[in-house]
Design a protein around this ligand. Structure first.
Ligand SMILES: [Zn+2]
Length: 234
């Protein structure tokens, strides 16, 4: 993790330091070696959050766009008491999860169910062929409003990530590829969105522009449904 509690302050690791876990309160040891990115690690046991993945510079760059208070926020389910550490939780209660490594379907489903307002940002550069596959699928898709409508069979990456939450794929370009939340017709809806706008919108979540965008993300499936039923009834 990037943060632990040191002298009651949420702190980044320094060599030879100890601190306490933000989530479980256990003793944490700073790891400030040459190979891995500097981080905190639980002393002598596994990480308390089984969903936690070792961070890369890619994670840290993304998280660094948001205030420290928003990074690594413990999110607790009021009913079950289950706890996880969200990469970023905004002042509008959006959880942003930055995912670099492969996620098994069941684990992805658990996270999709646990967080109600969730946005995924996926490191698209992990596997070489993914960008080509996704771009080809977009090209072969059909225009639909501000999106491209894509057959699930044309891209396994998009199909696997399709859920009730939006997914932003980061291929290291200025624009992110956005997979919109799952729609009733089983098709995939994709658009492009500027990285700088993404940061702006979640950083300043109460502006009109940001609220409109958040509503669009939430209501997109309803919007598609309303358009298709108006076509049917015409
Ligand atoms: Zn812990």
């Amino acid at each position: 993790m990037k943060f632990a509690i040191v002298d009651n302050i949420k702190s980044e690791p320094k060599k030879g330091q100890t601190g306490f876990c933000l989530s479980c309160g256990s003793l944490m040891i700073s790891k400030c070696g040459e190979k891995k990115i500097h981080h905190w690690s639980h002393k002598g046991k596994l990480e308390c959050d089984t969903w936690w993945e070792n961070e890369t510079q890619w994670h840290r760059n993304w998280k660094g766009h948001f205030p420290e208070d928003w990074q690594e926020v413990v999110h607790r389910d009021e009913t079950t008491g289950e706890r996880h550490i969200a990469d970023v939780k905004t002042d509008q209660e959006w959880v942003i999860e930055f995912q670099h490594s492969f996620l098994k379907t069941d684990e992805r489903n658990s996270r999709n169910a646990f967080y109600k307002k969730l946005v995924w940002v996926v490191d698209g550069k992990r596997l070489k062929g993914d960008e080509v596959e996704i771009m080809r699928a977009i090209e072969n898709g059909t225009p639909f409003d501000f999106t491209r409508k894509i057959l699930p069979s044309s891209c396994s990456l998009l199909r696997d990530w399709n859920s009730n939450h939006p997914v932003f794929f980061d291929f290291g370009q200025d624009k992110l590829i956005v997979l919109l939340p799952k729609c009733h017709d089983g098709m995939l809806y994709v658009c492009q969105f500027l990285r700088s706008e993404f940061i702006e919108i979640f950083l300043h979540g109460s502006t009109d522009k940001s609220i409109n965008f958040q509503e669009l993300l939430v209501n997109f499936p309803k919007y598609v449904l309303s358009l298709s039923s108006s076509v049917t009834s015409a």
